[in-house]
Design a binder for this molecule. Structure first.
Ligand SMILES: [Zn+2]
Length: 196
């Protein structure tokens, strides 16, 4: 890798899984492109599909805690309830991988991490994970629109928000191959957030 190439780094993130239909397809496409990503998993789906979490970790991807039931009002909860929710989700992940899982990140559902959540993350040694590119793939704007939105906004240090769960993600899967081709062609390398 050249010095110039080193500056071209980005992070792919996938939210709201694991999902038995879409997560395996996303994993296969990432593998084909030698790409790693962060998967922001929901505790109750981890409970339902633990093998998919195992596969995700075994493939070299990183996990992110996305609450137990995708709580859209998370930052309005008491600190105690936030800790309980995050811990319950972590326990579900640990149980899925059969040991103490490495889960460095937390992503708040539907929004950037809000100020009231930050002290809780600090107390649990979690890093907030926001994003810089949101193609709103969940709104199903068409695979082409998802591709154009992501590739049109690529910047060094970008964090791309996509979804492998929470609904019909066939457009996201259809877009992903072209997105990965475009990222490869632009000379980007995949890193975890904050890594150089
Ligand atoms: Zn989400």
């Amino acid at each position: 890798v050249t010095e110039t190439g080193d500056r071209y780094t980005l992070t792919l993130t996938f939210d709201d899984g694991p999902n038995p239909t879409y997560t395996p397809q996303v994993l296969a496409l990432l593998h084909k492109h030698d790409a790693t990503a962060v998967f922001c998993v929901v505790g109750q789906s981890v409970h339902d599909y633990p093998q998919l979490v195992q596969r995700t970790v075994a493939a070299g991807h990183t996990l992110c805690n996305h609450t137990y039931a995708h709580d859209g009002q998370f930052s309005k909860r008491t600190k105690q309830d936030m800790v309980r929710d995050i811990s319950r989700t972590k326990e579900e992940i640990d149980s899925a991988v059969g040991g103490r899982a490495t889960v460095p990140y937390f992503r708040q559902p539907n929004t950037y991490v809000q100020p009231s959540v930050m002290p809780v993350l600090e107390s649990l040694d979690l890093r907030p994970l926001d994003w810089t590119i949101d193609p709103r793939d969940w709104s199903r704007p068409g695979a082409d629109a998802i591709v154009q939105s992501v590739l049109g906004q690529l910047r060094p240090g970008a964090v791309v928000l996509l979804h492998d769960g929470g609904g019909d993600r066939s457009q996201t899967v259809a877009a992903l191959e072209q997105i990965l081709d475009g990222i490869d062609a632009a000379g980007y390398r995949y890193v975890m957030p904050g890594e150089k």
